[in-house]
Design a binder for this molecule. Structure first.
Ligand SMILES: NC(=O)c1ccc[n+]([C@@H]2O[C@H](COP(=O)([O-])OP(=O)(O)OC[C@H]3O[C@@H](n4cnc5c(N)ncnc54)[C@H](OP(=O)(O)O)[C@@H]3O)[C@@H](O)[C@H]2O)c1
Length: 364
């Protein structure tokens, strides 16, 4: 039987779209997460689980299931992965082997900046698993230096958006297999949810950020950073309309003390003093990766199906559940999905279609 969502009063009040979120405390969030106890051994993939928010999520997830899960960390840093995996709790039962129980903790190395690598990693995952319950995507990139990959993709978009698109596309059959077993089937992209507004439509004339001139360093990088959030909304909306029984969540982690935050506040050149100011101020606002991870899991464990835009506490900013598959139309209205206004959602129906066509073509 599937594990059902928590039924605490805070959560049940937020089942319809566009409600003002409340801020659950760490103790509420932890108590809620601690009630996660599926009858089956969950399969969870953490792309970007070697550090930052992803690491925090791997560690908390493993704690809540007492290690009884098939956990796969995807990233480049094998040493970090080995040390995280070694420290994860292992199920108490010594009498039954991990193989018999179905739990396993492992690493799949992958530099996700190249889509060929992502496809190879997905093939490896498909060889290891018959189904996937949780696909958590946190790997990212924060730099003010724009670049283009050897596959011709904008590096920011490759690391923040395209690789996530390919992971979902390639692992979708495994999520569908989990759903067919009546188990959880959930995808979460930790990035920049809630930034969309009708005033900020996606630029459909510069798809991929490789069409307009790229000579101004900051503005090119900034364009990619903003684009990645809207593209993620569009992509998750697309997958949600095509897979109405799976949950697709775009969430914002808030300001978190990670390497990404250090790179994002490192400007270099004449702006170096600004970096000093940021590095002094930001720690006062930032939370630890463990604190953020609890809120991310709170969002991951709730909402059985549909599209969810969530804030840094894991609360729903907006959501839409589909009863059947939906073919989106030609509306250019931003923050409206299939005729339903969605707070913080950064795409339009036509935008979803264009971004999907573009993503399929350039990641092929
Ligand atoms: N921290 C914040 O304040 C903040 C604020 C807003 C949004 N975000 C977004 O939230 C997400 C999670 O944040 P974070 O701070 O934990 O992220 P992060 O520091 O950017 O990412 C850490 C993870 O990304 C992986 N990664 C980076 N480049 C990779 C590559 N080429 N191939 C494979 N893996 C790669 C790293 O693994 P390896 O080192 O093993 O490769 C590491 O596990 C990111 O998308 C970030 O942009 C963060």
């Amino acid at each position: 039987m599937p594990w059902h969502n928590h039924c605490d009063p805070l959560r049940t009040k937020r089942t319809s779209s566009n409600l003002a979120p409340t801020m659950p405390s760490q103790s509420v969030v932890k108590a809620s997460n601690a009630s996660f106890g599926p009858a089956y051994v969950p399969v969870a993939i953490f792309v970007g689980g070697t550090s930052g928010v992803g690491q925090g999520m791997v560690e908390a997830f493993a704690r809540y299931v007492q290690g009884r899960a098939h956990i796969i960390i995807v990233g480049r840093n094998e040493h970090a992965a080995a040390s995280i995996l070694a420290r994860l709790p292992k199920p108490a039962s010594e009498s039954t082997s991990a193989e018999a129980e179905g739990w396993k903790h492992e690493f799949v190395p992958c530099d996700v900046s190249l889509m060929a690598n992502v496809r190879a990693a997905c093939a490896e995952i498909r060889a290891k698993c018959t189904h996937v319950n949780f696909l958590v995507l946190t790997a990212g990139y924060n730099s003010w230096y724009p670049a283009v990959t050897s596959e011709g993709l904008d590096l920011h978009l490759a690391l923040r958006y395209y690789q996530r698109f390919v992971f979902i596309q390639e692992l979708l059959p495994l999520l569908q297999a989990a759903q067919a077993l009546f188990q959880d089937a959930k995808v979460m992209s930790v990035l920049g949810a809630g930034r969309g507004s009708p005033k900020r439509p996606i630029d459909l004339d510069n798809l991929g950020n490789t069409i307009k001139p790229r000579n101004s360093r900051f503005s090119v990088a900034l364009r990619s950073l903003i684009m990645a959030s809207g593209y993620t909304d569009a992509m998750l909306a697309y997958f949600a309309t095509r897979n109405p029984k799976i949950a697709f969540t775009h969430i914002h982690p808030g300001i978190v003390r990670t390497d990404a935050l250090r790179s994002a506040s490192s400007f270099g050149g004449l702006l170096t003093p600004l970096s000093w100011i940021f590095s002094f101020i930001l720690p006062f606002f930032a939370v630890s990766q463990d604190e953020s991870a609890e809120h991310m899991l709170y969002g991951l464990f709730s909402g059985e199906r549909g599209l969810f835009i969530r804030d840094r506490y894991g609360n729903v900013v907006s959501q839409l559940v589909f009863d059947n598959t939906v073919e989106l139309g030609d509306s250019l209205e931003t923050s409206v999905l299939n005729g339903v206004p969605m707070l913080g959602y950064g795409a339009s129906d036509l935008g979803v279609r264009r971004i999907m066509e573009h993503s399929v073509t350039v990641t092929r």
